[in-house]
Design a protein around this ligand. Structure first.
Ligand SMILES: Nc1ncnc2c1ncn2[C@@H]1O[C@H](COP(=O)(O)OP(=O)(O)OP(=O)(O)O)[C@@H](O)[C@H]1O
Ligand SMILES: [Mg+2]
Length: 492
């Protein structure tokens, strides 16, 4: 029937030719499978794929989660950086948070693509997760594929990826929970694997809310401190160039309750540096001192509070170390030791000493070049009071009692801690500020009384002195008379 029309016959010929070609190819393929060894086969396959795929303008860099057994920093950086690039087109996200993280951890889900622009170059990131064949989550391979136009390969490697790494550091620093390390802390919540402080130090999160914003102190002094800190952290290369250890020392002095500890907390919160609270009086040997200092981490503040009291250690005999001469730990010895230690290891260190009595501390500490900045924390000033009133009551410049307080506070010698205590007594600004006025008046009265007593004391002493003088003069006169009476000598 087909042969009568002619055309179907051609189709059938074509069909049978194709069938026989396909059959031959299958035969060849199965023979090749049997005869050609598998590595050669896969090489041939990829070579053929390469020959028949049109040339791509795109380059893809694969960023694996691990480099051998350690984590790949570029992967971690990409993961954190891409969180900031999530846009309305992103369809699936992952969310998580550990107990010690401040913020929610949002990241993209597998298969999602994020487009980023860097100096007009388009970069496309894709998150890929390859599950193991056996269906277990363990052994899952995660990676990012970064694709961009081939001609930007150098810029991607030399500019874009370093930029992503720098952003990662910045984001991590901001998200970091600042810790307070002490030696008597019985436990440590330092389990984030960064090796921070472990061993001889226990830590808790620094929950101190003090910031430069809330600190009541002279605005110029505050600015000078912030500028100094900022200059310090950005001058890594400078310190290297001049051959100085990258460290900074501050001496905070002033009466109790003027904000020395609050300033330290504000500095730590500002820089996101951990604090190591070093209690010198609990130290028993040089080797112990060395061990605890070595176990502090970079980007940290070592604090020695009340140095005038700690320095009773000046003549303290330290335990004799085997093989070493009997050594006393003196303050200057400690300082030299810290200098030496820091010159050889450790970066971005700050050391802070505090004292209530600057006049009582070892001159070694005051020597020029030893502490970079001496900061006087003084009694509450008008400016300081305004800051506290705004912090505690939300009262700014306009309140009927402010002028009266201004008139009283400068001479009252009250500490910010005392003022803060008064301001805490009521949420009602009228009542709280009224309380401050009464408190300042009471303080003034007490001060006047003390002054009066002192003056009275001086007057009484003067009276006594005059009396004694009078008696002495009288007795001399009497002696003179007696002498004259005796005819032995002339009266004068
Ligand atoms: N300058 C200040 N600005 C804001 N609040 C302050 C200031 N000074 C003190 N305070 C308040 O008083 C409390 C005690 O202050 P802080 O412990 O900082 O004083 P200190 O100078 O370290 O005292 P000490 O010499 O006794 O250690 C703080 O928690 C804070 O509430
Ligand atoms: Mg203190």
């Amino acid at each position: 029937m087909f042969s009568t029309s002619g055309i179907p016959s051609a189709a059938s010929t074509l069909f049978s030719a194709y069938a026989s070609f396909a059959g031959t190819m299958m035969l060849v393929r199965s023979m090749a499978n049997d005869l050609v060894p598998s590595p050669v086969r896969s090489y041939l396959n990829s070579a053929l794929r390469y020959l028949f795929t049109p040339l791509s303008t795109q380059l893809t860099i694969v960023v694996d989660e691990h480099c051998g057994i350690t984590r790949n920093q570029v992967y971690d950086a990409a993961e954190v950086y891409l969180r900031t690039k999530i846009n309305p087109n992103t369809e699936r996200l992952k969310v998580g948070k550990t107990s010690r993280q401040k913020n929610l951890n949002i990241s993209i889900e597998k298969g999602e693509e994020i487009i980023d622009k860097f100096e007009n170059i388009q970069f496309s990131w894709r998150f890929v997760s390859i599950e193991p064949q056996n269906g277990h989550a363990v052994g899952e391979k995660r990676l990012f594929e970064l694709s961009f136009n081939k001609k930007f390969k150098d810029r991607a490697l030399n500019e874009y990826l370093p930029f992503v790494l720098a952003k990662y550091k910045e984001i991590k620093d901001n998200d970091k929970v600042v810790k307070l390390y002490t030696r008597d802390c019985p436990y440590s919540d330092d389990d984030d694997g960064d090796g921070g402080g472990g061993g001889v130090w226990g830590s808790i999160n620094l929950e101190h809310p003090a910031t430069f914003e809330t600190l009541a102190m002279d605005p110029e002094m505050k600015k000078a401190i912030i500028d100094d800190l900022e200059r310090f952290v950005r001058r890594k290369e400078f310190y290297k160039k001049v051959g100085k250890a990258w460290k900074r020392g501050y001496l905070l002095y002033g009466p109790p309750g003027t904000g020395k500890s609050s300033l330290i907390a504000a500095m730590a919160n500002y820089l996101r540096f951990d604090i190591y609270d070093l209690e010198l009086t609990s130290l028993y040997s040089n080797s112990e001192l060395r061990r605890i200092l070595v176990s502090t981490t970079n980007r940290s503040i070592i604090v020695i509070e009340d140095i005038d009291c700690s320095v009773e250690m000046q003549d303290r005999l330290m335990a004799v170390e085997p093989g070493l001469p009997n050594t006393k730990l003196t303050l200057s010895g400690l300082l030299n030791f810290i200098d030496g230690l820091w010159s050889s290891c450790g970066d971005e260190r700050i050391i802070i000493f505090t004292t209530n009595h600057k006049d009582r501390i070892d001159p070694a500490l005051l020597r020029p070049g030893r502490m970079d900045m001496h900061i006087h924390m003084s009694y509450c000033t008008n400016q300081g009071f305004k800051r506290l009133a705004s912090n505690y009551l939300g009262v700014h410049d306009h309140h009927r009692l402010l002028p009266e307080i201004e008139g009283l506070i400068e001479n009252a010698k009250v500490t910010p801690a005392e003022v803060a205590e008064e301001l805490m007594k009521s949420e009602n600004a009228d009542i709280a500020l009224g309380g401050v006025v009464n408190f300042l008046k009471r303080k003034k009265m007490e001060a006047d009384e003390i002054k009066e007593e002192k003056t009275r004391g001086v007057e009484v002493q003067e009276e006594k002195r005059l009396k004694v003088e009078e008696i002495r003069r009288k007795s001399v006169r009497n002696i003179g008379r007696r002498v004259v009476r005796g005819g032995k000598c002339r009266r004068w």
